[in-house]
Ligand binder design. Structure first.
Ligand code: NDP
Length: 482
């Protein structure tokens, strides 16, 4: 495969230093290609290009920008299968998942914001003999920093509203997964998007991401990634009074109440636990079950997990591929060992040596889905983000105890509640300290709704009007009526 390059001012270029990094297929350990190891000079070049393009792009009408979003959605839709294959190769996720989630959602993000923009009207308020008009301006040049778990999905979730509101962009994907961002840049070039509107700089977080956050003329940063990195981003950006949106880690609870219809929900609970090898910030990694049904639940859940098909991500029948890298595999395994040290019992799965996956390359970062029980809900295993295919089971005796257990973590991104009684689930959901609660469903997303977390899971919301608010500045113009 050709090397991945930076995309600056409408042209593909290497890092000015000429340095490169390798991107590796986590299922085989093979180097797929190289990407630029960029630095602050490349960020400077990208930012200059974005600033040069800024006033012309900001002056285009909303209707014109909506047309660009539709063109991007159309072009990505044409490349649906290519995108799914690139994403699967770069991340180790099953091809079926990459098609269903990554490729489809990338198209949907552009389509959604195009249609949302078409319906959008600014409010006016009249009082004291005057009319107040809310006027929106772009922020200017914005920086978008994204992680490796849902590479194009999360990048396009930010690019679409940023472009819609008239901003120009400097983006940095994770260096572990540069392929689909590179493909997006090639699509931008193919459809003739004005140069400088979208710029892409590849490289390492502390080198490229940090330079973006420090750059005084990148006036807004939308960041999705880990909580530790989010703290660095916040500390760097705050003294410059930059706008920041931080979508960070999670340790989400899946709460199974005593009336949950176990025979109907087991596949959903497996999906909520192990989609993308548990590497979705919204996955439920702690399952809290009413003690009255705990043993019944445990047996059914372990059996359903045992039916998952783990292996070659290119196979249509595979339901779980690899984790992102060998390093991450080791991190996840260290948590499985910690879980056992903390008193947990492995019900299924384990480390790659205890529970090897058959017929896969030894260089592949494969792990079986692992379920642990017997741990305190305050143990490290049950409160720290593992971001892999590991869940812990805990039992509770009443709803108050379940709420206390669910909230006993520093994170507050999402959670789900499972019950026959939707009203009961709704009431329970209001007691969870999280930004998102699903009742009898999981990862059911209406893109108009606010998305984001509380506590250490982030600051701010994205989605629908919240994205438009983040990617614009508001001026209230109060006009006295004659
Ligand atoms: P990281 O925080 O390690 O990285 C996220 C991005 O930040 C990467 O592009 C990374 O670059 C970059 N980065 C690293 N250091 C800096 C820095 N000093 N300044 C600016 N940017 C920097 O997260 P991961 O990629 O490991 O992703 C997994 C995490 O993302 C999990 O914690 C997960 O919960 C979270 N996440 C949150 C979501 C949400 O919506 N709340 C959604 C998806 C994931 P590089 O990779 O090159 O180091």
């Amino acid at each position: 495969m050709d090397p991945v390059l930076n995309y600056i001012d409408g042209a593909f270029v290497a890092a000015q230093s000429g340095e490169t990094l390798d991107t590796v297929n986590p299922a085989t350990g093979d180097v797929i290609t190289t990407l630029p190891r960029s630095g602050s000079v490349d960020v400077e070049a990208a930012t200059s290009a974005a600033l040069r393009a800024s006033s012309k792009w900001a002056a285009t009408s909303m209707a014109e920008r909506i047309q660009w979003l539709h063109r991007l959605a159309d072009a990505l839709d044409e490349d649906h299968e290519t995108i799914a294959r690139l994403e699967s190769m770069d991340t180790g996720k099953p091809i079926s998942l990459a098609r269903r989630v990554d490729a489809s959602r990338s198209v949907a993000n552009f389509r959604f914001f195009a249609e949302f923009g078409e319906q959008h009207e600014e409010p006016t308020f009249s009082d004291h003999g005057a009319v107040n008009h809310v006027h929106r301006s772009p922020i200017g040049c914005v920086g978008l920093i994204t992680p490796w778990n849902l590479p194009l999905y999360l990048l396009t979730w930010k690019v679409a509203p940023a472009m819609l509101m008239g901003n120009t962009i400097v983006a940095k994907p994770s260096e572990l997964t540069p392929l689909t961002a590179h493909h997006l840049a090639s699509v931008m070039q193919r459809i003739g998007l004005p140069k400088g509107v979208f710029n892409l700089v590849h490289g390492l977080g502390p080198e490229v991401g940090q330079a973006m956050v420090e750059h005084p003329q990148i006036r807004g940063i939308s960041f999705t990634g880990g909580t530790a990195t989010g703290k660095i981003v916040a500390a760097t950006a705050a003294p410059m009074f930059k706008k920041i949106s931080l979508e960070l880690g999670g340790k989400n609870a899946t709460v199974v109440l005593d009336d949950a219809p176990l025979d109907e929900i087991m596949d959903d609970l497996v999906r909520a636990s192990f989609t993308n090898s548990g590497q979705v910030c919204l996955c439920g990694s702690r399952i809290l079950v009413d003690s009255a049904i705990y043993e019944d639940f445990k047996g059914r859940f372990v059996e359903a997990v045992g039916r998952m098909v783990i292996g070659d991500p290119t196979e249509e029948s595979t339901t779980m591929g690899t984790v992102i890298s060998k390093d991450h595999q080791q991190k996840v395994e260290s948590y499985i060992r910690l879980g056992v040290e903390e008193g947990g019992k492995v019900l299924i799965g384990g480390t790659s040596s205890e529970a090897p996956v058959d017929n896969v390359p030894s260089e592949g970062a494969f792990l079986r889905p692992t379920v642990l029980e017997g741990l305190s809900h305050t143990s490290r295993t049950a409160t720290e983000e593992i971001f892999g295919p590991v869940v812990t089971l805990h039992s509770f005796d009443n709803e108050d105890e379940a709420v206390a257990m669910a909230n006993a973590t520093e994170y507050g991104l999402a959670g789900s509640v499972w019950t026959k009684d939707a009203k009961r689930g709704h009431a329970f959901g209001q007691r969870l300290d999280t930004g998102i609660v699903w009742v009898n469903t999981w990862l059911n997303r209406d893109l108009r709704t606010p998305f984001g977390g509380v506590k250490q899971s982030g600051v701010g919301r994205e989605g629908g009007a919240w994205s438009l608010n983040f990617f614009s500045e508001l001026t209230n113009i109060c006009v006295l009526q004659p």
